[in-house]
Design a protein around this ligand. Structure first.
Ligand SMILES: C[S@@+](CC[C@H](N)C(=O)[O-])C[C@H]1O[C@@H](n2cnc3c(N)ncnc32)[C@H](O)[C@@H]1O
Length: 277
């Protein structure tokens, strides 16, 4: 199987919507009338869930006339938050067809279909015109992309000069190789981690000004401790996307990530850039 097919197969089981609906019912939420808040434990599929999306949104400015690109949009939680927060249009692109189907369904239920749309496609070869977007973000996606140079150049191509870009990703630490599965990869074959320094250099080579690159390790540790305390009290953890999407793989994926963070094998980072004029 080629890499993109293997990445997509890692994320897709074919019954995501029925499992999401069952999870919402268990939360006491009508699956046909969920609120954006009720979906947040499930549709924010990255470390620290909604907390991280709010942080990314706080780094940028966008207005109702802006067109924002969500690269690797998953089932669309971040795209819908951006559209609601800024009133902007958001286009999501994602490799996994089932995710785009569920993303469109949820967006329709929330009445945001005039603002937010989803396209199936590869972030390293996007079906979009040059300079069409005013800003872009990508949350926990780059770890699946082998050719980082092509990825950064493609983002650069579709952004207008001066546009912002925020990447949140899991970077490679100095603590050694990770154990798999993780939430983003069943094995090392589809996991392509780079160090923070490599990410910075790659973005600069593609024509971005890297304004701020910072580790969110402390935030990840604090979030993990809060989640564990909730589970020990018999409550549901605040972030349930990995459990929903990966089902039987989830417990090992979560444990491997937590150990990777604890042992310095991985570092969650956020990077704010601007496309040079
Ligand atoms: C961990 S999920 C994050 C989803 C979403 N960004 C979020 O935070 O809710 C990673 C996503 O990246 C997508 N993806 C991985 N490689 C991709 C590629 N080359 N092009 C587009 N999407 C990709 C996967 O299909 C998956 O939806």
């Amino acid at each position: 199987m080629h890499t993109e097919g293997e990445v997509s197969a890692h994320y897709s089981r074919g019954d995501l919507l029925s499992r999401l609906n069952a999870a919402l019912l268990d939360d006491g939420v009508d699956p046909d009338r969920p609120s954006i808040e009720a979906l947040a434990p499930y549709d924010q599929f990255h470390g620290r869930g909604l907390e991280a999306t709010l942080e990314v949104a706080a780094l940028v400015q966008a207005g109702p006339a802006d067109h924002v690109l969500d690269i690797g949009s998953g089932i669309g939680g971040p795209a819908r938050w951006f559209a609601q927060r800024f009133g902007c249009h958001v286009t999501g692109i994602d490799l996994t067809p089932e995710f785009c189907d569920v993303a469109r369904h949820l967006t329709h239920l929330l009445g945001l279909a005039d603002k937010v749309s989803f396209t199936v496609g590869d972030a390293a070869a996007m079906p979009f015109a040059d300079a069409g977007f005013d800003g872009a973000y990508s949350m926990n996606v780059s770890m699946n992309i082998a050719d980082k140079g092509a990825f950064y150049r493609e983002i650069h191509r579709v952004l207008r000069p001066g546009a912002w870009l925020v990447l949140s990703e899991v970077a490679k630490g100095e603590g050694g190789e990770l154990d798999y599965p993780t939430p983003w990869a069943s094995s090392a074959r589809t996991s392509f981690l780079t160090t923070p320094q490599e990410t910075q250099r790659g973005l600069q080579s593609a024509g971005f000004d890297v304004i701020r690159l910072h580790s969110t390790l402390d935030e990840a540790r604090a979030y993990g401790a809060r989640s564990r305390a909730m589970v020990e009290r018999g409550e549901k953890p605040p972030h349930r996307a990995v459990m929903l999407i990966h089902a039987d793989l989830a417990a090992r994926a979560i444990a491997n990530t937590a150990r990777g963070i604890h042992e310095g094998r991985i570092i969650p980072i956020e990077v704010l850039c601007r496309k040079l004029q």
